[in-house]
Design a protein around this ligand. Structure first.
Ligand SMILES: *Cc1c(COP(=O)(O)O)cnc(C)c1O
Length: 354
């Protein structure tokens, strides 16, 4: 840091993104991207949009907002498109957290939440998950703060039902509850229908995981028109052109191919079942993941050994230097070939090391 960096950021510990390796040959199972490229239509639409890059993008992101509203069965006023869902999450920390509304979230969840809190200089409180990493909703009944719940949770993959989220909403009528549905398309049930009934609910989703646009940076928030108006006020005070026109076009292309996205998500869910079963057979313990990753540990094989040996075999996974989960590995569910390679490599490593 320079001596000029504002002291307001002296405690900032920036988020560490998963590694994006230079070696192309690596099987990349560390950042929960889609193994499938964007559809041809999405690529063609993004390419066509490139021809008009001399113009600013549409600050309202109108066509895409309409398409997302259609897809979800909500109104235009209920949707705000953002630069990845990380941006809408940051907007929510800006709009709804302060000294009298601390952020509240689980001790084991998306690692960006404490960073957003710190960066916006708002206090936060964590609520421990149960021993088995499940979330006891009763611990959130009088949270007295702005609640952030990743559902399915990351990196455990465990999901709550909308009915359970609804109970949290009922018990916190004067607080915003943010449900981060980055992984919802792989097998959990969405809380979007609840926005009609609860004006304190903000649901966030992304095109990064299920819609093959991680590099395009596209996400969105869904909530009551008043919440969306708040978040628009923040957006127009920071970055009115937050979604670039090539990405907006690619997003529209992916939505036109929504059937294909559904089919791809079904395939990922199948590959997840296969991977969990195969790894359990090798002695791994796995959580009940509803996401596009598995969360596993092996009682006889230390995490760092697994990580290093897989890397030597050309497979990259994610680990966490976080209490309670330091023994666990988060492994993205990719295509069939990648999962067979993973299971084969794990079998070889276990034969060698145990
Ligand atoms: C990946 C992820 C996000 C955000 O990803 P974007 O690429 O910014 O849309 C948000 N929350 C969780 C839990 C995630 O895993």
């Amino acid at each position: 840091m320079s001596r000029l960096f504002s002291c307001k950021y002296q405690n900032l510990k920036p988020y560490t993104p998963g590694e994006q390796p230079k070696e192309k040959a690596l099987i990349k199972l560390n950042t929960n991207e889609s193994p499938f490229p964007p559809t041809e239509r999405a690529v063609a639409m993004a390419t066509a949009a490139a021809k008009n890059l001399q113009l600013y993008s549409d600050p309202e992101c109108r066509a895409l907002t309409e398409a997302v509203a259609d897809l979800l069965g909500v109104r235009y006023e209920n949707v705000l498109m953002t630069n990845g869902s990380d941006e809408i999450l940051n907007f929510a920390f800006m709009a709804y957290c302060d000294d009298s509304h601390p952020a509240v979230f689980a001790d084991i969840t998306y690692g960006f939440y404490p960073v957003f809190a710190e960066c916006n200089r708002v206090p936060y409180r964590t609520i421990p998950l149960q021993e088995d990493f499940s979330l006891d909703i009763r611990n959130y009944f009088h949270a007295e703060g702005t609640i952030f719940i990743a559902n399915p949770n990351a990196p455990t993959g465990i999901a709550l039902t909308p009915r359970e989220i609804e109970q949290i909403l009922c018990h916190n009528p004067d607080s915003v509850v943010v449900v981060d549905e980055a992984y919802v398309d792989f097998g959990a049930e969405s809380c979007v229908p609840l926005i009609e009934k609860y004006d304190n609910l903000l649901v966030t989703q992304t095109f990064s995981k299920s819609r093959s646009l991680a590099g395009g940076r596209l996400g969105f928030g869904v909530g009551s028109s008043r919440l969306i108006a708040d978040l628009n006020a923040v957006k127009y005070s920071t970055n009115p052109y937050n979604v670039n026109s090539m990405t907006a076009a690619a997003g529209l292309g992916m939505l036109a191919d929504e059937e294909q996205t559904r089919e791809r998500c079904r395939r990922i869910a199948e590959n997840r079942s296969y991977t969990e079963a195969a790894l359990r057979e090798l002695g791994f313990r796995a959580t009940d993941s509803k996401a596009n990753f598995v969360f596993v540990k092996h009682p006889q094989l230390p995490q760092d050994t697994l990580y290093r040996c897989l890397r030597e075999k050309g497979i990259l996974i994610r680990r966490f230097d976080v209490p309670r989960i330091a023994d666990y590995s988060r492994i993205t569910v990719g295509n069939e070939e990648q999962m067979h390679a993973l299971v084969r490599a794990c079998r070889e490593i276990l034969e060698e090391k145990t």
